[in-house]
Each structure stands twice: as C-alpha cells, then as structure tokens.
Design a protein around this ligand. Structure first.
Ligand code: CA
Ligand code: CA
Ligand code: CA
Length: 740
C-alpha cells in the first residue's frame, strides 16, 4: 500500500475527521471503501527513515477462540453470518499481532471503528478507541488483558448508545512522522447491534424469558380471523438467516436514515414503519387488497419474512404483495434482527378513523341500509401492528416500554405512510398529545361507533352509539408457548368503567378536530335488544344465521328487521351483496324470540374473496317506539389445514424428508394451487405449483432438506389458490445435534 499524498500535514497526536470526496451517499452502511487514509503524515518524512522501523501491525484476529466466545456472550451466535457480531455496551475481545513485542511505555496504538462514507467523530461515525487502564461503563475503551510475545489481547467496551450497523475496523499506530493504519480488510468488519441485555441501552429488557421470545425467537404466530372465531397462522421471522442482517441494515440505507440517528430506536422505528411499505419510497412490501394477485404472490401465501427481505435486498424493488400481517411480520423481523425487542399484535374490530375525529361514523339511509357514500370510516375485522420495546426520553416519565408501530399504509403521518412509535401507556390513558400518531392508534382500539341516519334533506340524526364494539380484543403470542396472551388491558380500561370514558374524554380534549365531530346526546335505554349468531359456517357448506330479539318492556311490540349479507375484505370494505332478507316479528311483553335465516353455499361461493369472510348487517325497528337497533358481525368460514410430517432421522447435517398433505374440502376441483414450505435453519422456502386438485381428493408433496441447527424448530407451510386462501400448516420438531 502506498502513502496517501493528500492527507493533512499539520501535526496532530490524535486522529481527526476525514473529508470524503466520493459520489456515493453518506448513508450507506455497507460501503466497501472509505476515506480513512492508510498513512496520515505529519510532514515530510526525513531521508533514511523507513516507516518499517516503527511498530507495525501484522494481523488482527477476531476469530478462533475469541470469536465463538464473543458471539455466545453477545447472544449473536445464531446469526448465519461469519463476521463478528456484537451488541453495544458490552465488552468483547480481539487480538493484535505486531512485528515485535509491544512496549506500553513507548508505543501508542489504538483501534478505530468507522461506518458510512464520511466518517466524523462528532457524528459517531468515526470512533477512535483509546487504550485505558480501566474500562468505564458508558464509554468506548480498550484494555490490554494479555500481552504475550508479539501479540496483545484487547478487551473492548463499546458505548451503550452508539450507532448500530456494520463497522470497518482499523488499528492505528502513532509514529513521530505520522499515523500508520492497517489496510481495509473485509474479514475484520464488525456488526454492532442493540443490546436488550445491557442496562444502559435504551432497549434494555430485564426478563430473560421476554428477551428469549422478543429478540431471539425466529418463529411466531399471527392471530387473525374474527373475535368469536380466533385463528392463528405461523410466521417465520428468520432474523438469523443468511443475509437477513445485511438486508435489514440495507433498509436503513434505503430510507436514507442519517447515520447519526442509527443508535436511536425511536428514529429507527419511525423510519422502519415507512420503509416496510412501498408507498412514497419504493419500500419493501407492496400492499394489495383487491383480491387480484396475478402479478405477484398472494399475501396469504407467504410463509414468513425471509423470502420477502431477500427479494427486496437483491432487487431494491417493492415485493408483491402484502396485507397487514405481512407488513407486521417483516417489520418484526427487522426489529428483532437489529436487537430491538418486538412483538406482533392483533386488534379485533380495529377502527380506521378516516377523518381524525376519534369516532367511527356509520351513516344509514332512511330505509336502514348503510350509506356507503357517506360512510368513510371502516372497521377492520382485525388489524395487525407491532410493538417495540424502548425508553422514551422524549416523553415524560412513565411512557417508555412497549411502543405501537404500524407499517401498514393506512394514513399519512407528516407526509408519509407511517405510524408510530406511540406509547401504549399513552394510548390507554388518552394522552394523544404525545408523539407519534397516538390519536390514530387510540381510535383503532377505543373509538365509539356512532350510527347516524342521513335524512333526505341532507341532515343527520344520531340514532345509536356503540361504545364497546371497537377494540374488543388485542392479542399477541404468549412467551415460550404457542397460545395467545391478551393485551387488551394494556391498551384500554375495561369497557364501561369510569376510567375508559375518562380516557376518551382526555383524547377528545387533546386531539380532536372539533368541527369534524357531530354532537350527540345520550340516548335513552332501548326497550328491546337484538343479537345474532351463526352456526357451523364451513367453507363450501350451507349454514344458518340465528337472530334473537328480546322485548324488555311490559308492552307487546312488533319488530321489523332487515338483514344483508356481503362478502367482505378483512379491511371491512364490502365487496358484493349476496343476501338480503326482511323479517317481521311480534313479541309478547318480556319475551324472547328467534328467527333463522338460511345461507346457501351457492349464494356466497361465487362471490368469495380471500379470508372467506362474510359480513352480516342487521337493522331492526321497534315499530311502536320507532327505536332503531343495529348490529354487524363478521363470519369467517372455516377452511381446512395442511398436515406436515417428516420421514427419516431429524439430525443436524442429515437429509430428511418433509411431507405436506392437503384434502380438498370442495366437490369441485381447485386450480393453480401453490404450496410453500420452509423453516429457519431447516429448509429455505420451497414452492411447488399444482395445476389442479380434484374435488375431495388428497394432495401430497414431498421435499428433502438438511437441518442446520439443533433444538426445537418449526416448519411452516401455506396453500394458495384462486378460490381457497389462508390455508396453513405447521409442525414443531426436535432436531438433535447428532453428537450423542
Ligand atoms: Ca413507504
Ligand atoms: Ca371518524
Ligand atoms: Ca370503548
């Protein structure tokens, strides 16, 4: 390597800032070269002096014994990546070999970490690490722990708030004539990640079981379906899989997050929620809710995040297609991969408050039908988002901990499709004044549904307010198991209690655009009630909807009811009406009456969209008092499962066979059936297309694989076809190491 002729000439004892001249943008974490000079001379080197006369670095070693030790201690040994990966705020060891013995009285040596294109000490992108007597918590430092022959062993401590990303490492030696550095070497690149195990880190989490689930678990479940018929599907987060760490760091480059912001989990979450969706910035996942996925993969067909992130990493173009659980699944991988504790949550009856008045407005025509022109707010059967764990120094004390972040493009926030991080605690108490996007999240979990009648003269009359419909249940996967943990009480006080109303009042005071909100007075108690249930709603079969009316007054009454059935997207958007029926009943005082409505498979099958969801809306009028009752309900048809089994020994390094079986529940054939199967450290995602599967027949598919890691692992499979979607299967299996 030759000397760099263009370096500064003024004398200096400590390294300074380097000025880059590259056309490559500064926000590139994986830059292969940089502007750090090999030799920084202090002037003209006198004749006869060779830089070889001074201490020279012959080798830097991050590998061998330290390598495994560092990775284990830093909980990074599961990453399928052979570079050193450490977590900030925690010490690690390296060895430096010189051309002669190191003399602490004469020789001045330091280690440097550099990231980005224009490294600057003030921005934390150039980090000189001095050799010190004692390491000091909170600061970068290196301590000589062993000196043997021509080598020294250094224990390096990083600062707990440093930038995270892929750093380049140099060793610098000070000579009377300048600073001599080691040349750029790819094999000493070091990844620095967040550290939930470090008390000084903003993402510190004190429970080992929680860290094991929210940082280390690379598989999980996503809850979906409907409140009375909760379903779950497996998802491969795969944060440790090959190239996923680089793919996640690439997202921060893509989002052009300033290097100096990359140590701050609040900024990373905010930027992540924008770049995970393709809107505005050609981010990772392109959303599609129209049921036509001919130019990509159906959202329900993905088995996890790995395939999506790798495709994005190699093409840089949005991956088609996603819906809320796909955005949330990929976001969860991104957060866990960088070391930010994260979990995926599902909210049942999630309101989408289109006009930011903190209430969900449903307008009905005079005949009781929903007015789809006036009604802009929607209620999703369910909606998924993420929570990330961190301190919030930007908010008053008490609002750190879980923060809601949402990558599904629903509404813009400061000009971009992104949402959060919003303190879950602030949502619960209605403190919607605390950034970011807390009013929107508050509406999702606890807005009132206000049913108004739109009269022909253009005026609107509030008919009924449902204070308990929205945000009925919020779930996440439980720690260490496959079941659900309920988080509803983290987001809201119990419905009907004083605190719940108080939180709503607080939210209205802090956040509502008053002109958007219709004033309504408290309605008197209804003298009749209505409810309805479905029975055995199986995909492809007939079933019944049963309506129950109760007369609570001491007078007889007559009720006129009107039921409509629509095929619905899970976002609450109605597709097409397949059923409508009027009913008239008369009830004795204080009596109950039921009415059945038969739903034939032939009525809904041809209209179905993915998730096989049907929406029923019943409006009823008590003719004597003119009181209106309204109720809506989603029915998710039960779909079959995939069955997975394995053949052969389940041992690391040995080939085994995975068999996936599916039985077509319909009498007619399924066409263009796509099966997918994969599992972290067992097999990369495999895809197989079957032109058709005959009615009521069994399909069986075998794939070979060779497990890479021992322990409890998971295989995840999906099936997708034009008329049947959201068919999932999973298998937990124990892989043995083969050592015994
Ligand atoms: Ca975006
Ligand atoms: Ca609204
Ligand atoms: Ca409520």
């Amino acid at each position: 390597m030759s000397e760099n002729k263009e370096t500064k000439v003024e004398k200096k004892k400590t390294p300074g800032n380097f000025t880059g001249r590259s056309s490559v943008p500064p926000n590139v974490s994986n830059a292969d070269e940089d502007e750090v000079p090999i030799m920084e001379t202090f002037g003209v080197i006198p004749r006869g002096v060779s830089m070889k006369d001074f201490l020279e670095v012959e080798d830097v070693e991050l590998y061998k014994q330290q390598y495994e030790k560092n990775k284990k201690e830093h909980h990074t040994d599961r990453y399928f990546n052979n570079k050193l990966i450490i977590r900030r705020g925690q010490s690690f060891d390296i060895t430096i070999y010189f051309n002669r013995q190191y003399n602490p009285d004469q020789d001045q040596v330091w280690v440097e970490y550099v990231i980005g294109r224009y490294p600057q000490q003030s921005k934390g992108t150039y980090i000189p690490i001095p050799i010190v007597e004692e390491l000091e918590v909170g600061k970068w430092g290196a301590k000589i722990t062993q000196s043997e022959g021509n080598s020294i062993n250094l224990t390096i401590l990083s600062s707990p708030d440093c930038i995270i990303g892929k750093f380049r490492l140099y060793v610098a030696v000070l000579t009377p004539y300048g600073i001599k550095r080691t040349a750029r070497r790819a094999d000493t690149d070091t990844y620095i990640l967040f550290n939930p195990w470090c008390k000084e880190d903003a993402v510190y989490m004190d429970d080992e079981k929680e860290r094991e689930e929210y940082v280390m678990n690379d598989v999980g479940f996503i809850f979906h379906g409907e409140i009375s018929n909760i379903k779950k599907r497996p998802w491969e987060y795969g944060q440790f899989e090959e190239r996923i760490l680089d793919a996640c760091l690439y997202l921060m480059d893509k989002a052009e997050l300033d290097m100096s912001g990359r140590g701050n989990p609040i900024k990373i979450c905010r930027v992540g929620s924008a770049v995970i969706n393709a809107r505005d910035d050609n981010g990772v996942v392109a959303g599609n809710w129209n049921n036509d996925y001919s130019y990509g993969v159906a959202p329900s067909a993905w088995t996890g995040s790995v395939e999506i992130l790798l495709e994005y990493f190699s093409s840089g173009m949005p991956v088609k297609y996603g819906q809320c659980w796909v955005f949330a699944g990929v976001f969860n991988t991104f957060l866990r991969c960088l070391g930010i504790p994260a979990r995926l949550v599902t909210n049942y009856f999630s309101a989408h408050d289109n006009d930011a008045n903190l209430q969900t407005d449903v307008y009905m025509d005079e005949d009781g039908k929903t007015n789809t022109t006036l009604t802009k707010d929607t209620i999703w059967n369910y909606h998924c988002w993420n929570e990330a764990w961190m301190s919030r120094p930007d908010l008053p004390v008490g609002f750190g901990g879980w923060q809601a972040v949402d990558a599904t493009p629903q509404e813009t926030s400061d000009g971009m499709y992104r949402c959060g991080p919003a303190s879950v605690q602030a949502i619960k108490h209605g403190h919607v004044c605390f950034q970011f996007d807390t009013p929107f999240l508050f509406s999702e979990v606890n807005s009132d549904v206000v049913y108004s009648k739109a009269l022909k003269d253009g005026s609107k009359v509030v008919e009924y307010v449902d204070k308990t419909h929205v945000g009925q249940k919020i779930l996440t996967k439980e720690i260490g198991g496959n079941g659900a943990q309920e988080l509803t009480d983290q987001y809201k006080f119990p419905e009907g209690c004083e605190e719940e109303r108080l939180a709503l009042d607080a939210a209205l005071m802090y956040g509502v655009k008053k002109e958007n909100r219709d004033e309504f007075q408290q309605l008197s108690e209804l003298d009749a009630t209505m409810d309805f249930q479905e029975e055995n709603a199986i995909f492809g079969s007939d079933f019944k909807v049963i309506l129950t009316f109760k007369n609570q007054s001491s007078n007889p009454c007559t009720i006129s009811a009107y039921l409509t059935g629509h095929v619905v997207f899970y976002t609450g958007v109605l597709k097409s009406e397949f059923k409508n029926k009027s009913l008239d009943l008369s009830l004795d005082p204080l009596s109950t009456k039921t009415a059945e409505v038969n739903i034939k498979a032939g009525e809904y099958m041809s209209h179905l969209v993915e998730q096989a969801s049907l929406h029923f809306f019943v409006t009823a009028r008590v003719n004597e008092t003119k009181k209106i009752m309204a109720k809506q309900k989603i029915v998710v048809l039960q779909v079959p499962q995939l069955y997975i089994k394995t053949v052969g020994e389940k041992v690391v390094g040995k080939e085994m066979t995975v068999v996936i079986e599916f039985t077509n529940p319909l009498k007619k054939k399924l066409q263009n059936v796509v099966l997918r199967v994969g599992g972290p450290s067992i097999m990369k995602t495999q895809t197989q297309i079957f032109k058709e599967v005959l009615g009521n027949s069994v399909l069986s598919w075998e794939e070979k694989c060779t497990p890479r890691r021992a322990g409890t692992r998971k295989i995840i499979a999906t099936l997708d076809s034009d008329i049947l979607r959201h068919v999932y299967g999973e298998l937990d299996l124990e892989i043995s190491s083969g050592d015994d």
